[in-house]
Write a protein that binds this ligand. Sequence first.
Ligand SMILES: Cc1cc2nc3c(=O)[nH]c(=O)nc-3n(C[C@H](O)[C@H](O)[C@H](O)COP(=O)(O)OP(=O)(O)OC[C@H]3O[C@@H](n4cnc5c(N)ncnc54)[C@H](O)[C@@H]3O)c2cc1C
Length: 497
Amino acid sequence: MTTTTDFDAVVIGAGNAGLTAAATLQRAGVRTLLVERHNIPGGCATSFRRGRFEFETALHQLSGVGTEGQQYTLRSLFDKLGVADSLEFVQEHDLYRAVVPGQYDVTLPADWAGAVDALELAFPGNRTRVEQFFALVREVTYWYTAALRKTPAADIDPVFFHQALRPLKDVLDDHFDDPGLKSVLGAYWPYIGQPPSRLAFHEMALMLYGYIEFKPWHIRGGSQAMSSALLDSFSAAGGQVRFNTAVEAILTERGRAVGVRFDDGQEVSARDVVSNTSLPVTYAMLGDDAVPTAVRDDLATRRVGVSAFALHMGLDGTPADLGFTTSTTFVGVDLDDDRTYASWRSLEPARNICVSSYDVAPIGFAPSGASHVSLLTLQYGEVWEKVPPAEYARTKFAYAETLLDLAEKAIPGIRDAIEEVDVATPLTVARYLGHPGGAIYGYDQDRTESWLFRDSERETHVPGLHLAGSWAGPGGFQPTLEAGHRVARRLLRTKAA
Ligand SMILES: Cc1cc2nc3c(=O)[nH]c(=O)nc-3n(C[C@H](O)[C@H](O)[C@H](O)COP(=O)(O)OP(=O)(O)OC[C@H]3O[C@@H](n4cnc5c(N)ncnc54)[C@H](O)[C@@H]3O)c2cc1C
């Protein structure tokens, strides 16, 4: 017996994964309603205005795009979703500049040979070791991809099984003696939110491979341009969207998801519900009785991941005036990554920041003669949840000063060039996204939480409920954009079967 429903599918949340899931479903003829509590699409992938500046909220370096001649997965995804022609990608030519005052100041170009040369110049005598390390990065990435494509284990080179899950720190220690060189090669670790001693080597291998082989990118018009283009594609295919509307309950019948209730009390029925919000919020919306025991047990053991503390700044000066040579600069106080990671649970002065200039390769946000720069460090939400409300503003601005102190070490004079500044803490991120702790990558992305071992995306245990986004798989832009499409395709396959 078939029952008539208001929609075939409801997607909760218009973050990256919600948008690609909704666009994929609607373009395949599935009548889809997209519901978003904020007034714009994108989740993290948004921008906002302050004074004469537009500020990018979250995107620092987009992976997965690839060049015209060597396209990678996101270009074909955007093509499939009909947005490729409306997006203009802006290439960053360097991976990053990494600075630890008194220790090193190295810029790595985004190509294998250039990066080897730069490292040899900064740390003479290590050329062969760097080449061997990069060869291992390529090999592990190759076999990781083969494993994802279901290559039988017997056909996969043992190097993958020996190296992929080892801590990055151990693999770096195998190759190098110089602590500075190891630190430069590990500089991307905050992008995953786990220090080299806890980070599985394959995570860093994939990231280095992705950025060196397929380059880091910005988007002209910021990540908001991408989010808006995805929404347009969804709407043009006939999809319906409701902004300023939070889903407060997922309705079930005999254990199956059958619709949602909004915060204004209205209910809509649907055959499938795709949730792009966090797992704790999704399952809380089901109500205690409907959460399967397996899910309840799993959730009880999970660790909410790290959030962000960011300064979005409009600077009175061009990147050249201010001394920017690269789009992305990592600045650390010393080489102790474990201590830096521990500091994310305290309010001690920021020990590591990512400085992003959006005008070395311009994305079109800053007025002529000015530039848009963000300073970012990671912080666990729990630290900020403990700050008394009366102390919040003072604490936030005092902590922001510590990021500026660190930025001054690499870009002297940056503080004096500030014309506009907006400061976001983990509480700001939590308020905008509705995620516990304001977590930006979902759960901690260490080896025990890895989606290789906990595939929440496939296992909701609730028929009709599907999960897409950073809480059900890896966080970050490329993974979540791809996750929404993957989950929607899986749903379409079950309909076709
Ligand atoms: C400051 C910052 C910097 C970052 N830097 C990078 C970077 O450089 N590179 C990178 O790859 N990643 C970065 N990230 C992380 C990346 O942006 C996220 O991992 C990714 O965008 C998450 O996408 P998502 O699909 O999980 O959805 P999210 O962006 O988490 O969006 C979820 C959406 O669901 C909506 N929602 C929640 N609950 C409800 C409800 N009940 N009803 C309706 N709607 C609801 C929210 O409003 C939101 O729009 C950064 C994030 C931040 C905040």
